[in-house]
Design a binder for this molecule. Sequence first.
Ligand code: DX5
Ligand code: ZN
Length: 222
Amino acid sequence: MTVLSASILAADFAHLEDQTRTAIEAGVEWIHVDVMDGHFVPNITMGPIIVKALKPLAEETGAVMDVHLMIEEPDRYIEDFVSAGADIVCVHVEACRHLHRTIERIRALGARAGVTLNPATSLGTLEAILPDVDLAMIMSVNPGFAGQSFIPASIDRVRRLRGMLDTIGSTALLEIDGGVDTSNVAEIVAVGADVLVSGSAIFKGDIAMNVEALQKAVTVTV
Ligand code: DX5
Ligand code: ZN
């Protein structure tokens, strides 16, 4: 089963709870929280208080809080995000000097640990850590903003990462993030993604209709 993770970065923050609820009621299972610090990426977005604010909704509906840290020195904030209610904490290989320690720390705090990498970072940087993660994510845009175009080479990266996970018998989930919409979801799923992050394609326009369209597009054979 393919899971949809709604990136709230593309939501209307004046109606964040309402819009997130609408997405969940339409079939979204995860809430994707994009944390940006103005250093690792140019943009500044949200911190643990947003995770905490949406946690009651997640508990009520069974949604998973999927937190994507695009920040320098993520170790300094992992505990705050887990305390706020993060179920998954995903860090960038580029931001972690001691990635194995960071992954162990996330798990020791009781959350699932994810790892991701920028579009120009070699997949080889994931190889040593893959046996220790619960989730591995391909960035299909350069991190920093919602609403960017999908980088086509990401399809092959998903395919290769799927192969790496299968080779070691890993049950880690394969997530993809950035520019995911109805035009590319079928192919992304066909090459092995389990979790699809989508921001603009969910929150711009009619949320329920958008979620339904994405779900339909996933089932189209490519
Ligand atoms: C990009 C973020 C993504 C983004 C997804 O830095 O990590 O999660 O918000 O939004 P769309 O689907 O609009 O590309
Ligand atoms: Zn993200």
